[in-house]
Design a protein around this ligand. Structure first.
Ligand code: PGA
Length: 242
């Protein structure tokens, strides 16, 4: 794992957007797995602008959605579906057959997991994952206590995730479960960027980066990834040792 600290959120977002563009330039068939959430929002907005400026095509790339709230329909603005469509897929003009998201409305969530695992296997793995970190140290819906060797699965969401998650929704929503790509996928991804910004993320970034590698803090798995980049702004890095 390597740590990169940026002055502020725009500088962090710009660097992440550049990494994505550079990968698409060097590998026009790259497989991306993107998180939703407040953290990557600016990077994804900048990505669209950079792709236009540099005339980089993402047409042959594949996009996988990291996770989804179980029972939240895709048209709900708080869904991961809606976020990724609005911030990434529409602006990069990605064709639907290149987009693979969990259907969290399915009655057969287990099959959704199997389908995602098969897709990732068949496509040759993920080239770049871009993820955030929850206030409880989760990545996607890999909640505290999750074994590191799990692939896609349905998770019961812990209380922090249920309450913090309300920020994405206009109305109070029932957020009991999530469906997610697993940490084993993260370990097998060729490159992972974990982003965090703001002072509120400083305590959990300290645990993830400097604490014991332990599934109580799922994001501590980043310490084991040889091509893992923890990219943070100065506020999120403020509690780290010099
Ligand atoms: P955020 O969410 O980007 O909205 O802070 C991060 C997460 O819960 O993974």
């Amino acid at each position: 794992m390597q740590l990169r600290i940026f002055k502020d959120y725009p500088a962090l977002s710009d660097a992440v957007a550049s990494e994505i563009v550079e990968l698409a330039k060097s590998n026009p068939e790259a497989v991306f797995c993107f998180a939703s959430g407040d953290t990557p929002r600016m990077a994804f907005t900048m990505l669209a602008a950079k792709a236009r400026e540099e005339q980089v095509s993402f047409d042959r790339c594949t996009f996988i959605g990291l996770d989804e709230w179980v029972g939240i329909p895709p048209e709900n603005e708080g869904s991961c579906h809606s976020f990724l469509h609005t911030t990434v897929f529409k602006s990069l003009h990605i064709s639907p057959n290149k987009i693979h998201l969990f259907n969290a409305m399915s009655n057969e969530l287990f099959k959704q997991c199997e389908t995602m695992d098969k897709l990732i296997r068949d496509i040759g793995g993920i080239d770049l994952m871009v993820v955030g970190i929850g206030m409880n140290g989760h990545i996607g819906f890999n909640e505290p206590g999750i074994p590191f060797d799990k692939y896609s699965h349905v998770a019961n969401l812990d209380e922090t995730t249920q309450s913090v998650g309300q920020k994405y929704f206009k109305q109070n929503s029932s957020l009991k479960q999530g469906i997610t790509v697993g940490l084993q996928h993260l370990m097998e991804a060729r490159e992972v960027i974990l982003m965090a910004n703001g002072a509120k993320k400083a305590p959990i970034i300290k645990k993830a980066v400097e604490g014991e590698v332990n599934n109580d803090v799922p994001a501590s798995i980043m310490q084991l990834h040889e091509q893992g980049w923890v990219m943070v702004d100065e506020e999120a890095a403020s509690l780290l040792e010099d």
